[in-house]
Unconditional design. Sequence first.
Length: 442
Amino acid sequence: MKRRHFVKSLAATSTGMLLLPRTPLFGANAPSNKLNIALLGTWGRGEAHFDAISSENVVALCDVNEEHLAFGAKKFPGAKTYVDWRKCLEQKDLNAVVCCTLDHTHAFVANWAMNRGLHIYCEKPLANSVEEARVVRANYLKNKSKLATQVGTQRHAIENFNRVRELIRDGAIGELQEACAWGNRQLPKPGYLPAQGEPPSHLHYDLWLGPAPFHPYNPDYFSGKSGMNCLQWNMYWDFGTGQVGDMGSHTMDLLWNAIDASLPTSAEGKGDPVNPDVSPVRLETHFENPANDWRPAIRTAWYQGGAMPESPSQYVDLKKIGHGAMFEGSKGTLVADFSTRVLIPSKNTADLTYYKPRTAATVIPPLGDFQKEWINACKGSLKTSCDFDYGSKLIEQMLLGLVAYRVGKKIAYDGTTGHVTDNPEANELLRRTYRPGWTLNG
Ligand SMILES: NC(=O)c1ccc[n+]([C@@H]2O[C@H](COP(=O)([O-])OP(=O)(O)OC[C@H]3O[C@@H](n4cnc5c(N)ncnc54)[C@H](O)[C@@H]3O)[C@@H](O)[C@H]2O)c1
């Protein structure tokens, strides 16, 4: 071993960090080149990760529901088991975490994992408040030379994401002026569920609530099918942000991937009357995003629950696209769903001669398997397509839109400091209050 490398690994070991060798010693699947992974949330979305992580050493499992923990332990019998993710993250041999717990714990887990030198794949949404998104990003930027992160927006690997980006970047619609995304999922609820019965003995309800304010137990929070149970709780403010964090994380990704945006300078929103218990079903939020090195300042927007952008043409029925995005430029419009796209040149002058399609050799290469991209990144490049810099900015903008909706006014935002500059009430809504004993950046 060269002295420079020896000193580097010695320094890492003495600070308690576990660094994997950057190059496989005995082939990609040799035991020495496997990650030691903790899976948090071992049923539901957690199950969707079983196959991808079974190529690695799954050494720790955590779930607040002991029946779900047993379900995970059947698949990974060698792993140690926990009901409190804070204890799980202290296990000494870990080097990576896959987090599939509830939305209101994601930013906590992300920070705690990175603060312990652990690579992390975190299910969407990465955060539930603007402050959470910013703290996660700051932590990631401090650690990006040694940690691989990925937000669980796995649709990003669909090749249409690349095609949409190429068309926008290469000028197929001329100069980009506006972009929006929308989703039609609707989960109306009147308010938090009333107290009903006692939590079953296999459920650690207090840990399920975690940092969220107390709400009494009701079995309906737990009555969804595996992988869909998030739809039983994600519309309640203390647990989630409704469709903003849910399908919004996926569908805005289609837009965000194509526009190279930095944080917006303003936000405004309107929709259902504000309900202190539940996030709105119908909502539209609008933003101004600064210019960058290839396009001018643009307006962006998110629509949900029946609110829709105006169609670019009477023969295009956007309502037939459940989750989609639209880009408007000086010479045309691009409409896309997750897997297909339609280009509509806008005027007689839009003859497409100004646009040169890429060749087979210059198209953006496919990303491949999204979970494996992260696993491979942990073992070497550290590069992922939805790292916590990219993902935290996307969700910060979406959550800022919810703040503007709640105050009912257009707000001005300083993305450098993370402050609303013209509305003290909105500033208060950038963060959440947690139950005693829970630390966001622990
Ligand atoms: N990427 C996607 O396409 C996709 C799809 C579905 C869900 N999700 C996300 O995955 C997450 C989980 O969704 P779900 O439908 O599986 O929810 P769920 O309610 O079924 O919970 C998943 C598991 O986590 C456990 N759990 C809850 N709180 C925990 C905690 N504090 N510590 C440890 N375990 C805990 C539950 O007992 C359950 O076994 C959500 O954040 C959701 O947004 C992502």
